[in-house]
Design a binder for this molecule. Structure first.
Ligand SMILES: [Zn+2]
Length: 244
């Protein structure tokens, strides 16, 4: 049988279970415009399609797309549409305010509870190394709803922090994280029971936990993973349990 090497997509082989050595029968490949076989098999090609199509969070009640919602909210604050949105500082202020507001909405994707919020620059603040320790009080620790976030160490890309925060708490968590290195927010997911979700996610990831790997002198929320997908998979498992 004619086989051809499938080059996978970004280090992932959707065909990997059927063909662990990545040698895939040519009939599993589509043809490209030059009449040759494509570099990746049909299975991997459709995986690529799914990954590359951004899922757009929508408003839970109106179904309005998040970015549209933010623009109309900004219009409300501005009192109309700015004539020069690119250079209008006041318009920018109104948009930032609308983005902040959007944090309080449980955006849904395909009617599922979660929000995969696009990163907003304002969440990061200036990226500077922090050596100073600071005490952080996270507001609203008592409310169960909140974000479970995934942060990646900027100098050590395999070092992740997975933890929970509560409405308006992300900024505090980022400042806190900087007391032991510089972390960037990669992903965050909304949970109605963030504390419980965090525990379940940590349990699924226990083999990657830095403490379990022998690093005694660090927080319990640190994980050593070569691929953020390992963490995302664990989070998705916990999400699926809730929507099932
Ligand atoms: Zn493939």
């Amino acid at each position: 049988m004619n086989v051809k090497k499938c080059s996978g997509y970004k280090g992932h082989w959707e065909c990997g279970e059927d063909y662990p050595d990545h040698m895939v029968p040519v009939i599993e490949f589509g043809l490209d415009s030059k009449n040759g076989f494509q570099r990746i098999c049909k299975k991997c090609e459709s995986y690529r399609g799914i990954i590359r199509t951004p899922m757009r969070p929508r408003h839970p009640d109106t179904g309005k797309m998040k970015m549209d919602w933010i623009t109309s909210k900004a219009k409300e604050y501005y009192g109309g549409m700015s004539k020069d949105r690119k250079n209008d500082a006041h318009w920018k202020e109104c948009t930032d305010k609308a983005k902040l507001d959007s944090e309080y909405i449980h955006w849904v994707i395909n009617d599922k509870v979660v929000d995969i919020t696009p990163r907003f620059k304002s969440e990061y603040g200036p990226s500077k190394p922090m050596t100073k320790r600071e005490t952080v009080h996270v507001e609203g620790e008592k409310i169960p709803q909140g974000w479970v976030y995934v942060m990646r160490n900027t100098e050590t890309p395999w070092l992740f922090k997975v933890g929970k925060t509560y409405p308006d708490g992300i900024q505090s968590r980022l400042s806190e994280a900087r007391t032991w290195g510089c972390f960037d927010l990669e992903e965050k997911y909304w949970f109605e029971d963030a504390l419980k979700a965090e525990k379940e996610i940590h349990a699924l990831l226990s083999e990657f936990n830095m403490r379990n790997l022998g690093y005694k002198n660090c927080g319990t929320e640190l994980f050593k993973c070569w691929n953020i997908g390992t963490i995302t998979d664990a989070i998705n498992k916990v999400i699926r349990k809730r929507v099932a």
